[in-house]
Design a protein around this ligand. Structure first.
Ligand code: ADP
Length: 219
């Protein structure tokens, strides 16, 4: 079973991916994470990439396609996968469709997480994450504040802010989402595999909505 998560920045794609990964035994493929890994290299390309990402701009379609093709052809994805952060442009979606055809695979569900812009902004500007275990917190929401300021509840390491989690970058990323990614909703709707996931207060409630779409059984 292959799934695409389609949503604006900070809609909870990462959180839902982790829940899906665990429940349906799928592999989580996040282009954001793959790119952040690539940043660790000490190359000219990594420096350029860092600049693009810090400004909330999109990395070139060619580079993303290479990254995805490489991941899909070299990883063990026997139960299927969740795509988080890809495709993000119509060009990426069309190229990805061609790649799927070549690999004799298909996408089963395109899940669109519906969520309000103001909530997204607070989530981004207040987001804190643990450098050690990846746990995510938010200083604006009572339920997701760490017990001790700046410290991870789970492993005790310090919490950090992602470089692109600021208001200016959010506005850029949101505008880009509307311009480049939002049209994919219609694209997948016309293919017949788009499902809207309504907003809910907690990640588990959102996941229940997803389960009601996919069901308990899987390939
Ligand atoms: P968010 O969903 O919060 O924007 P991601 O972790 O998905 O964060 O992506 C971080 C950054 O990586 C993006 O702002 C963009 O610069 C780059 N990126 C990730 N995926 C793609 C993609 N499919 N196409 C182009 N750029 C991408």
């Amino acid at each position: 079973m292959n799934i695409i998560l389609l949503a604006p920045p900070a809609a909870g794609k990462g959180t839902q991916s982790a829940l899906l990964e665990n429940y349906y035994q799928l592999c989580h493929i996040s282009t954001g994470d793959l790119l952040r890994d690539a940043l660790k290299q000490d190359t000219e390309e990594a420096k350029e990439l860092k600049e693009i990402m810090a400004q909330g701009k999109l990395v070139s379609d060619e580079m993303i396609l290479k990254l995805i093709e490489n991941t899909l052809t070299t990883s063990n994805l026997k139960n299927g996968y969740i795509l988080d952060g890809f495709p993000r442009t119509l060009k990426q979606a069309i190229d990805y469709d061609n790649l799927l055809k070549k690999m004799n695979q298909k996408i089963d569900y395109v899940l669109c997480l519906d969520i309000d812009k103001e909530i997204l902004k607070k989530r981004i500007v207040g987001r804190l994450l643990c450098k050690n275990c990846g746990a995510i917190y938010n200083e604006y929401f009572e339920v997701s504040r760490p017990k001790e300021e700046g410290i991870c509840d789970k492993c005790g390491f310090s919490l950090i802010k992602r470089e692109d989690d600021n208001e200016e970058s959010f506005e850029n990323r949101y505008d880009l989402y509307l311009k480049e990614t939002y049209p994919l909703i219609e694209y997948y709707q016309s293919k017949g595999n788009l499902y809207h996931v309504p907003f809910a207060d907690t990640p588990n409630q959102v996941f229940e909505e997803i389960k009601s779409i996919i069901g308990d059984k899987h390939d």
